[in-house]
Design a protein around this ligand. Structure first.
Ligand code: EPU
Length: 327
């Protein structure tokens, strides 16, 4: 353990912006979370690697934050270092094309796009559309980064990251930078088999040439559907729970009569019951209490235990984790 006041000193030689005792609420789409002892914005892989090595050597806990759109940060914040990749890792470009990687079933030529971890998924979707590349349309409405997409196989009902991922560059816990193929990353529904302390640095995605107007139309339809069914103007972390096999968390919560259930300023959205929203000054504590209430009520009504899709970040959460299905 390293005292907080030593951390800034320990990481002083690292390139990139840093903040000590940095409130994490502004870095989370929930608008919730206490301070990180040290928040670093590494600009490149060298700085990231150095930060990871220092943390390992000195036993400092390290948390990586993408866009902060799928996390609930504890009220006590994070003891240790938080790395935000949203200021660096913005590289995005076409790596190869013209069918070199084979022909897709539809007959279009495959094109490989490389996106660094900090690139927002919506930016990737727009880039692909502008270049007449299909396959990333589903990312238009997902607020997270490419790094987050790989780590949790981000997706929608239509498609998910596993459908287009070729491989990813990953900084492994032992300090090696490895290129891992899709199979090695082990993507499943909103999850990957990557070790918790591995850091996704970039991804290569396999897209297919298609008509830009058609791609744009599909993206517009997705955005319109989301706007009509999801509380996009509210502070949330998107879908809070994973969909249980064969059913949907939103429907189960809604049909259990839980719309607008609340704890403090944390509330079940009226527009979409699988969105827990912060309607004012909600604390992580409130969201966790509401999550428990929803889990227990749904289990009581439907005999299904809902598992969060949102990642809990910060020491305090460990105290409440994890409650298992009763009986
Ligand atoms: N439903 C209700 N009441 C509600 C909400 C939904 O009855 O309050 C019903 C809907 O009528 C529908 C079913 O539940 O029959 C499923 O709802 P929806 O079509 O909105 O999709 P979802 O399964 O809730 C998934 C993703 C979303 C993604 C949408 C659209 C998960 C956990 N969520 O939602 O992803 O935007 O499909 O593709 O897989 C996210 O992961 O953060 C996210 C927003």
């Amino acid at each position: 353990m390293v005292a907080a006041y030593d951390l800034a000193q320990l990481f002083r030689s690292l390139a990139g912006r840093r903040e000590s005792q940095a409130p994490l609420a502004p870095h989370s789409s929930f608008g919730i979370g206490g301070p990180a002892d040290l928040l670093l914005f590494p600009p490149n892989v060298a700085a990231l690697r150095q930060a990871a090595a220092l943390a390992r050597e000195h036993g400092v806990a390290l948390v990586v934050l993408g866009a902060g759109t799928n996390v609930l940060v504890s009220d006590a914040g994070v003891r240790g270092v938080v790395l935000s990749l949203k200021e660096g890792f913005q590289g995005l470009g076409i790596e190869s094309g013209n069918g070199g990687g084979g022909r897709a079933a539809e007959g279009g030529a495959e094109v490989v796009v490389r996106a660094e971890a900090g690139v927002k998924q919506a930016r990737l979707a727009r880039f692909a559309q502008q270049h007449g590349l299909a396959g990333a349309e589903f990312m238009i409405g997902i607020p997270g980064t490419v790094g987050g997409a790989v780590r949790m196989n981000a997706g929608t009902r239509a498609a998910c990251t596993a459908d287009i991922l070729l491989d990813a560059e990953v900084l492994l816990p032992d300090g090696r930078l490895a290129t891992l193929g899709r199979e090695e990353i082990g993507l499943s529904y909103r999850a990957s088999a990557l070790p918790a302390d591995a850091i996704v640095v970039a991804a290569r995605l396999r897209l297919v040439r298609d008509d830009p107007a058609g791609i744009a139309a599909r993206m517009a339809a997705d955005s319109a559907r989301r706007k009509a069914t999801q509380p996009l103007a509210c502070r949330s972390a998107g879908s809070f729970f994973k969909n249980p096999p064969g059913t949907s968390a939103g429907w189960l919560i809604d049909a259990a009569g839980l719309k607008e259930a609340a704890v403090g300023d944390a509330r079940v959205s009226r527009r979409h019951a699988n969105f827990l929203i912060n309607v004012g000054q909600a604390r992580a504590h409130d969201v966790v209490a509401l999550m428990r209430h929803v889990q227990r009520s749904v289990a009581h009504r439907w005999d299904v235990w809902l598992t969060p899709e949102v990642t809990m970040v910060g020491d305090e959460h460990a105290a409440h984790e994890p409650e298992e299905e009763a009986g």
